[in-house]
Design a protein around this ligand. Sequence first.
Ligand code: ADP
Ligand code: NI
Length: 219
Amino acid sequence: MNIQDIITAVEAEMKAQFEGEGSGHDWEHIARVRRNAVMLAETEGADVDVAALGALLHDIADHKFHNHSLEEGPVQAAGAVRRHGGDESLAQRIAGIVAEVSYKGAGVATPVSSLEAAAVQDADRLDAMGAIGIARAFAYGGSKGRPLYVPGNGPNLHADFDSYARDEGATVNHFYEKLLLLKDRMHTNSGRKLAEERHRFMELYLKLFFAEWEGNTGD
Ligand code: ADP
Ligand code: NI
């Protein structure tokens, strides 16, 4: 089976499965990650089709919905490639990308072993930053019934995946536990440039957030 046909079939399947999902893992997140992964793959000289397919499948079995297991995503992604007629080498390449995509806590390194995985990981993280990243963080926190912010309840720089995944702190903590750390963990140069812009916007956002919290309306 030609990779273009696999991409078309997987796209339709993922769209049907994730359309209308409201916790930040909707189809539009997957579509944005795909667009940015393709753009980064082009500028980095990676295989654009492999990056597109990896992006389409990167959230197929997110750990947050699978009892925090990181095993399920790569297995299901490889299964989807095989089911649509992809060969074993493509299934393994895609499983490798999906295995390397997740953020696992401030103290846990997340290296990549291919240019395609670099493009997909950077694209996924860009979507957790900036204006959209802010919206997704509060949408996710709201879906879990978490407060926006609890003064005096500081962030936790998790040293391992388990404590990161099980954290139930206020959503503003998530900025310090993940979102503001992402720009220094980009793998591609073009991703890093976009991340720097989105980072500055989040810093400004937080400055205003805390000023308004204290009742300072800026005049
Ligand atoms: P990604 O899709 O970038 O891999 P995740 O799967 O970790 O990100 O999470 C999906 C979205 O929900 C992201 O925008 C992420 O920052 C956000 N999110 C994850 N955990 C939390 C949390 N504890 N509080 C607020 N937002 C969160
Ligand atoms: Ni994602």
